[in-house]
Design a protein around this ligand. Structure first.
Ligand SMILES: Nc1nc2c(ncn2[C@@H]2O[C@H](COP(=O)(O)OP(=O)(O)OP(=O)(O)O)[C@@H](O)[C@H]2O)c(=O)[nH]1
Ligand SMILES: [Mg+2]
Length: 195
């Protein structure tokens, strides 16, 4: 293979490793910090509007008497979600990513400085709504939780396999709308298990 307009031979070098190494190093640093504090950290991912914030609001409200939770939430714009979560009485920090479609470990580390981690049992990171970009970025979480809502169709785990394969937990959300959306529960569970 030759470069266009030159005689210099080109070599194709595969760089599958190391591209994310800075993020991986920072994610490991986050993980070590969270483990040293006995903090359970969840990275909640899904397509936009699947119900991440609604689930977090409900979890924090229901667990309030026994679990001290805090949240870091990422969106391209607005602090709507942080304000929603703060209304539960739990601390929440908004990361506005601008044009970035995922959170990175460094962003989470900076946001976590605004929370008193020593006072928390549970840190929930709500990632930017997207089933593609966040899949490649470890944030230092213990568990990656992916939601897919019944209104998105049963085939989402098959179409976005990297996200679903990398998840520790899959939650099917908006189940109250299953009949209206014509959601096939058996098929939805099957595609989630196959991913
Ligand atoms: N019917 C029904 N509606 C829900 C449920 N969970 C969330 N919703 C609604 O779905 C919409 C989106 O919910 P959010 O919690 O904002 O979703 P999200 O995943 O945080 O959205 P982004 O952060 O924008 O990606 C809101 O109107 C919620 O009220 C559910 O279980 N059932
Ligand atoms: Mg949200």
């Amino acid at each position: 293979m030759n470069q266009v307009g030159t005689d210099t031979p080109q070599r194709l070098i595969e760089v599958n490793q190391g591209v994310l190494s800075k993020n991986d190093v920072l994610a490991q640093r986050n993980r070590a910090l969270y483990q040293s504090k006995g903090l359970l950290v969840l990275n909640v991912v899904s397509s936009p509007g699947s119900g991440k914030t609604a689930l977090i609001e409900r979890m924090l409200t229901d667990l309030q008497s026994s679990v001290r939770g805090g949240v870091i939430v990422g969106d391209l714009a607005t602090d709507n979600d942080a304000r929603r979560i703060q209304r539960t009485g739990s601390p929440a920090v908004q990361i506005v990513t601008g044009d970035m479609c995922h959170l990175e470990a460094e962003m989470v580390a900076h946001a976590a400085e605004k929370l008193n981690l020593g006072e928390l049992d549970l840190l929930i990171i709500e990632n930017v709504g997207n089933l593609v970009c966040p899949a490649g970025y470890d944030l230092g979480e213990a568990l990656r939780v992916v939601l897919f809502s019944v209104t998105e169709g049963e085939d989402k785990p098959l179409k976005y396999p990297i996200m679903f394969k990398s998840a520790h937990v899959v939650i099917i959300s908006k189940i109250d709308l299953a009949d209206a959306a014509g959601f096939d529960r058996a098929l939805g569970l099957d595609t989630a298990k196959k991913a």
